[in-house]
Unconditional design. Sequence first.
Lengths: 360, 145
Amino acid sequence: MAARTTVPFGPQHPVLPEPIQLKITYEDEKVVEVVPAIGYGHRGIEKACELNEYTKNIYLCERICGICSYIHSVSVVEVTEKLWPVELPPRVKYLRTIWAEMSRTHSHLLWLGLLADAFGFESMFLQFWRIRERVLDLLEMTTGQRVIQSVNVVGGVRRDISPEQKKTCIETLNTVRKESEALIKVLTKDYTVKSRTIGKGVLTKEQALQLGCAGPTLRGSGVREDARLTKYDAYGELNYEPVVEEAGDSYARALVRARELFQAIDLQLEALAKLPEGEIAVRVRGNPPANEDVMRTEAPRGELFYYAKGNGTRNLERLKVRTPTFANIPSLLVMLPGCELADVPVIVLSIDPCISCTER
Amino acid sequence: MGLIEKSRIKSPWILHFDNSSCNGCDIEILACLTPLYDVERFGMVNMGNPKHADVLLITGPVNRRTARVLKNLYAQVPDPKIVIAVGTCASSGGVFHNCYNVLGGVDKVIPVDVYIPGCAARPEAIIDGVVLALQKLASLRGDKK
């Protein structure tokens, strides 16, 4: 029998910028067991949300995760709005959709770059991040911040997209699409990329459903499931159909994200074209009433779930967040055993782990 | 000035550690490495190994669990070393100041040389902070030039 070695993967590891530890047991070069140890990123945000006024929760919840921060702020704002409930002007719904898809574009470009970095394709990593800067410039132009936008308030948004900005957005998005198409060709045609991802970390449809996966991890295994199908914000009025791949390996998950990248650009262009005129905020009076509600949104990593309970005071009684990576970590325990030592970083990255979301 | 001292200042190797930040500053640090900001023109290289690093870039507030990891990492980086707290939460705890698991800024656990404010700290600010830290690294050697 071959000797067993246990190697800690993290909490400080070059592949993941975030602190998570996977205790991986190898038999020669094959992985036989994986034990994840989480808790390094826990801050206690849910409790702090009960201590803060409800208006301050937006800024705290945005900082649950810096990559999908916009979708967190949409979720916390909309779950709070549902307590009254507040009727939103149509322009607000469209603006929120545009920014949410913009942050999805930057998140998927970021992930595609990190994937390339994980198997040592450094020039592709740098190229994806070069394109991503264009999207960040758009976010900065329209919201005022690159990473944490802080543009939502209960009852609306704080900034509008002017006609000039709209024109720049359309031009830049078309450039982003053209440049991404050239790079995605490398992803879909290159022999090295394929040999490092095809057949690695296979997750079957049954396993994905059983483990309760979410987002691109679930859709990469052939399940048509997306919170945008619930038609929140402006998604009901846009031409939207989830991207599904059947294979269930790391390559399929990469393809889902690559296709979603173009879909997100299309959704932004469509929403910009249909952008209705009107108010960008309504006045919301008083404290959140004693009521409870939930909100499902689709973050770049999968379905994000918020629950809020008000009690008539200016503090919420409870705010509960369930994030997509929390649902996706169990899938690693199925995907990793049996793989080679060198494939571990690629497979771990293929679920697009966001530890700060998971642990809050 | 010997070869090692000179190359340490001309080409500092960076170790990035995320305490429990929101990723905002972390992706901005990665953005520094990419073509638009291109921090490699200052000779800076991002390293995965603390034993090779000269500069520690720390993001996020220290919580009860990462405090030990951070102390370990700090002990593994060879002298002379510079610690940079990137972002508001690494400097003071920031928006997470009243979270029960957060101890506060990085300076609660290890000594910090440079604080970079911002939420998230912009890449320009991070580059500026690291260049400032290098001046301090040079002065630590006592042969500032």
